[in-house]
Design a binder for this molecule. Structure first.
Ligand code: NAP
Length: 345
């Protein structure tokens, strides 16, 4: 099978580095273009990154000598994965869509556009039909925020089985979620109780992810979400303490059963789809970022400590690998879904 040519915008950043790692040997996609800011452009990738290679794998040989380009829409690829800083991502991604590229983005800029899917394939693959409303020759699809993805993934089977009325979530988010800035934080012997702009995203994005599509428009889920977001001294993996109030309170076994049996992509043979997408742990001390973030090659969400809540209905912990399931891996799974749906020829 001829592979589809893909490029990475923001290739030098943390999310970009994960793309370089995850795209190595991908059965459907071939990495043919890298782009970043002017300061990286026209340099070999290894030189442009310099001492900023921060992910826990060696830089793959295939990328080292590739020339980094600037982010103008004349790259040799059909699809552009975007890991661009949000200060520039909006107009750059639009320019690529106008030049007939398919864009699979991690940035916040287009997430809430009325004609852009906020895609989590296990939750809302029907949302892809909305890209037909985009007026550009190409189109944009976005990942949700890295804490919103695992939260929505776990809420989906609960919503379908019991209805979800209210959610309280307190996040403990890893340093890599802040990109390069994460390595400069005052985080030793410390927890930072504020992440700029994060709580509104975690409170609003799941409503669009869990929306139904009616006449080509998103009708958001009617769930109230209260989020507290904190930065903690962990390299990768966002841990979230969640309490939920459901429309119908199930037994504990029914609650766990809904999570365990959830596997809507089974049989679609998407290379990055985790099987199962939700891993349920029964031990009192799991999930932990260090031991559970790589479940399903970093694409599964791990849930543990499911128990009754004296104020709400149930409470539990969940964990998602923020730079894989919450970023590069999620954008890759979105691209795989677009391919099997015939949107990426
Ligand atoms: P990062 O490490 O700071 O990397 C930012 C990238 O943007 C670099 O490649 C940088 O290139 C490029 N860039 C900056 N200014 C530019 C300009 N003027 N023109 C072209 N390129 C420019 O950030 P990150 O953590 O990888 O995040 C990338 C995006 O993904 C952000 O929008 C972020 O919010 C989102 N996101 C991140 C995570 C995560 O866990 N880290 C999760 C979900 C979503 P140079 O090296 O050349 O400056």
């Amino acid at each position: 099978m001829k592979k589809i040519k893909v490029g990475v915008l923001g290739a030098t950043g943390i999310v970009g580095q994960w793309f370089i790692h995850l795209l190595r040997d991908h059965p459907w996609f071939e990495l043919t273009a890298l782009a970043a800011s002017e300061k990286s452009a026209d340099r070999p990738y290894e030189e442009a990154v310099g001492d900023r290679w921060k992910i826990p794998y060696e830089m793959p040989d295939y990328a080292k000598g590739m020339k980094v380009r600037d982010c103008t829409p004349d790259l040799d690829c059909r699809l552009a994965f975007s890991g661009l800083d949000s200060s520039v991502a909006g107009p750059v991604e639009t320019a690529f869509a106008e030049a007939d590229y398919v864009v699979s983005s991690n940035s916040k800029n287009h997430r809430m556009d009325a004609d852009v899917p906020l895609l989590v394939p296990e939750v809302n693959h029907d949302h892809l039909e909305v890209v037909k409303r985009q007026k550009t020759p190409g189109f944009i699809v976005t990942n949700p925020n890295c804490s919103a993805i695992p939260l929505a993934l776990v809420l989906k089977p609960l919503l379908d089985s019991f209805g979800v009325a209210e959610v309280f979530v307190a996040t403990m988010q890893a340093l890599s979620g802040a990109g390069f800035k994460g390595f400069e934080l005052d985080i030793v012997d410390n927890i930072l109780p504020h992440i700029g702009g994060e709580e509104p995203k975690v409170e609003s994005e799941p409503l669009k992810i869990l929306a139904r599509v009616q006449n080509g428009e998103f009708v958001n889920a009617e769930i109230k979400i209260s989020a507290h977001c904190n930065r903690v001294n962990v390299q990768d993996g966002h841990l979230e303490a969640v309490s939920v109030r459901l429309d119908r309170k199930p037994t504990l076994e029914e609650f766990k059963g809904a999570l365990k049996t959830f596997n809507p992509l089974k049989g679609m043979d998407l290379p990055f789809a985790p099987d199962p997408p939700i891993v349920l742990r029964e031990e009192d001390d799991r999930p932990q970022p260090k031991y559970d973030r790589d479940n399903g090659k970093g694409m599964a969400v791990t849930v543990g400590r499911v128990r009754e809540d004296p104020v709400w209905d149930y409470k539990f912990m969940l964990l998602g690998h923020n730079t894989i399931r919450g970023a590069a891996g999620a954008a890759l799974l979105n691209a795989e879904l677009m391919k099997v749906k015939g949107l990426l020829k």
